[in-house]
Design a protein around this ligand. Structure first.
Ligand code: CA
Length: 235
């Protein structure tokens, strides 16, 4: 039998913590719970979990501070943020600081498990591909060939401007993960590009038009309101 994957939960609300731990243990994960940021950091180092579920509103320290103490380690552990609905700015900050994804309270078990599966899958994929930049991405019937600078939907080639192509390639390389506006702007236009969300939105509208995306039923790219964009994964 495969070893159970260990998930560290840092959450101070006992009802939520109990609910999550029960769900994790019932689904073949090993859950470890911490009620404070300090305890969470200490359990992180003693148990070396495969994934961390981190609530941003903790009694003793700021969730972002916890995130800072957990990052920059030799073995990168994905962190999934548990966020309250009114903490939009913190959520974006956490993602920009390297958190993998987020889930908004209140959430159900199936949504939580789906987010955990996706996050672990991406972390495994990153570990496997480490050091080898991919030159070809496949998302559903979309193929992005980075080396040849070509994009196909099915058999049909679609033409993009250089920046549109860069955005598309970036989203494909991180498919399944939400990418913040700042992350995309910095990767496409550079840290001193001085570009705005508006420019990104215009480019994204062009990409979607060329991919013949139906905004109400996107096949490839989801909008995460106030946060950024997410390329859908085959699941
Ligand atoms: Ca809390």
């Amino acid at each position: 039998m495969a070893e159970k994957r260990v998930i560290l939960l840092i959450e101070d609300e006992r009802t939520i913590s109990n609910f999550i731990c029960r769900a994790l243990n019932a689904n073949d994960y090993k859950a470890i719970a911490a009620g404070t940021g300090k305890e969470g950091v200490s359990l992180f180092f003693s148990h070396q979990p495969d994934l961390v579920l981190l609530d941003l509103g903790l009694p003793d320290m700021d969730g972002l501070e916890v995130l800072e103490q957990l990052s920059g380690l030799p073995r990168e552990t994905p962190v999934l943020i548990i966020s309250a609905r009114d903490r939009e700015t913190e959520k974006v900050k956490a993602l920009d600081m390297g958190a993998e994804d987020y889930i908004v309270k209140p959430f159900g078990v199936s949504e939580l498990l789906a987010r955990i599966r996706g996050t672990l899958r991406r972390a495994d994929r990153v570990r496997l591909n480490q050091g080898s930049a991919k030159s070809r991405y496949q998302v559903k019937d979309l193929t992005v060939d980075a080396a040849r600078h070509q994009v196909f939907v099915g058999e049909e080639e679609v033409h993009f401007t250089q920046n549109e192509f860069k955005i598309l390639e970036l989203l494909c390389a991180h498919s399944g993960k939400v990418l913040t506006y700042d992350f995309i702007l910095e990767h496409v236009w550079g840290p001193y590009g001085g570009s705005s969300n508006q420019i990104l939105r215009v480019n994204m509208a062009n990409i979607r038009r060329k991919l013949k995306e139906n905004p109400s039923e996107p096949r490839y790219i989801l909008t995460e309101l106030g946060i950024g964009y997410r390329m859908l994964e085959d699941s």
